[in-house]
Structures are given as C-alpha cells and as structure tokens.
Design a protein around this ligand. Sequence first.
Ligand code: TYM
Length: 339
Amino acid sequence: RKTIFSGIQPTGVPHLGNYLGALQQWVRLQNEASPDTTLIYSLVDLHAITIRQDPTQLRQWKKESFAMLLAIGLDPKRSIIFHQSDVSAHAELMWILSCGASTGYLGRMTQWKDKTASSSSGSGGNLKLGLFSYPVLQAADVLIHRATHVPVGHDQAQHLEFARQVANGFNETYGGDVLLPPETLISPAKRIMSLAEPKKKMSKSHANLKSRLLLTDSDDAIRGKIKAALTDSDASLSYDPGQRPGVSNLLDILFYSGEMIDFEDQVELAKHLEGHSIKALKEKVALTVINVVAPIRADFDRLLHDEAALEAAAHDGAEKARKSAQVTLESVKKAVGLF
Ligand code: TYM
C-alpha cells in the first residue's frame, strides 16, 4: 500500500516552479492512483512562520493556497488536503524527533547555511531556532503519516534524506520499525529557474516580481514577464543549461508545460525549433504557459469566492489527517515510554 505525502508553504500564490516541480505531479499521482493509495497534501503553515509573517496576510495566503490546491485539480474526496497547524500531532512528533536530531547534521543543511551566510552578523546569532529545526518538522510531516513516497522538486531532496536518517535513527534507538523511511520522488521538472536571474531557482521570496510566473497571472502579465526574461546574445536556439541558462530555462518551461508529449527531451525540442528567433521562442513559451495557467486561474477565482465550501473542505481534511497521524503518534509515544 502506498501513501503519498507532500507539502507546500502557504506564503503566497504558487509560481510555475512550484507547479511544474511539484503540484503538477501531485495531481498526476492522484489521478493515476490505485484505490488503496492514500494521498495527503498539506499547507505547511507552521513552516511558513519560520520567517516572520504578517498575521492578516498569512490568514489570506492560507485561504488562497487552499483554493489553489483545488484549482489545480486536487479533489478533496480523493486526497486529504489540510492545514498543518490543524493537526497538532505534527508539532508533537517534531519535539520527540528533535530530541534525537543531531545539531551537526542540521547545521550542514543547505537552506540553513544559505541563511547563515546571508545574515548580517555572518555568525547566525540572530537566526531563529525554528528555522534551524525546520527539517525536523518536515521529517515529522512525512513520518507521522507513514508516507511511502514524497513528490517534491530537487531543492527538497536534502530535507527528505534527513527525514530518512531520522526515521532509521529512531528505529535503531527504540527497536522495531515504528517509523517508515519514505522514498523521494523528484519531479522531472526538478528545478525551474528565475526568469530574471536564470542561475538561481524561481522562488517566492525573490524581490523582483518579474522573476516568477504566478498561477494567478493574467495572460498579459505572462507575455510581459516571458518577453523580459533574461537570455543571451546568441541568436540561435540550443539546450545547454550550463552555458545558456536563460534559453535553456525557457526550453525547460516549454517542455514541462506541454511539449513533453511530442519530444523525447529538451535537446530534441530545441532541434525542432532550430531557425526560430529567441523572440519567437518566447512567444511560443508564453502561449504554452497561458494554456496551463488560464484554466487554473479561472477555477481559482471561482473557488476563492465560496468561503463556506473552502472552510468545509479544510475542516474535513483536518479531521482525516488527524486520524491518519494519531496511529503513528501513539506508537511513537509507546516506544519512547511516554505511555
Ligand atoms: P516550498 O513551499 O518551497 O515548495 C513547494 C514545492 O515546490 C517545489 N519547488 C520547485 N520545483 C522546481 N523548481 C523550482 N524553482 C521550485 N521551487 C519550489 C519544491 O521542491 C516543493 O516540492 N519544505 C517544503 C515544504 C514541506 C514539505 C514537507 C515538502 C514541508 N514539509 C514534507 C514535502 C514533504 C517547502 O518549503 O516547499
């Protein structure tokens, strides 16, 4: 029996990187799942507050993110969709796991090292404990539901390797197989890059709004952002992420937004487009992205207005997630001697 679990931070409208790198795969897994597969998708609001959030803004983002998960095609009758903080077992298991988590290992996490390097003091003196222990909460997320498979983009691979270590460590310490180390499913579109700085990944937190395509962007906004995307001075088309990150990112976006069906890979796609100008490529990419985003945007607008339905769905999801989590929490507490 399979249990699929994944999460996304409700820190704004998801961008095309989130969609191609993760959300699209969540929906595909749901639609292809056999009846005995459990699917659990969480809006990880406790992770969101590892960076200071404005409370009114966070509440709004939580609602919008929930509507977005439905708009992309997740079906609450088939998938359990819930806000992480509605299921207290996540935080409870995190505490228990943090008592066995090594600070040395946590200190080597890329996300933490990036933040320490960019903090003003350099030594990380002002950095928060919650940010440091972020991966332990993520481990608790997947372990509490006994996930067998976790679909994510490439940037989450290290966190999930940590989760496996935590599970194995717990089992070694307390005996038996109380926790189940899950498998990471890295999506084919593992790293979609920023349109403005194509050597960096597309991210929700980047200051330049033109660096990301949002799932709520209008057709014009999509055209404008892609037109302005940074490429290079070579007028021809070729796929070479190392030497030509901008053009290659556009080919990636084109490939994973639809052309995947007709071409083996991005190299073949680039060959097919030989003779096109960069301008023509951008127009093609914009059209393809609009075809993906427009129906999602329309569903999102409709769903967002039905507050009662959204609340009912979140309530129902939380209840199911609580049941799923309870089983593991009890066996963990028993193993540790808490009861
Ligand atoms: P988050 O909210 O940053 O991103 C959600 C998902 O989107 C993927 N992603 C990308 N994929 C390709 N290209 C990009 N530019 C890009 N940007 C983001 C991420 O890999 C992710 O799959 N820590 C997690 C949330 C989390 C979680 C979990 C995930 C909490 N608990 C348990 C899986 C299992 C995060 O911040 O994702």
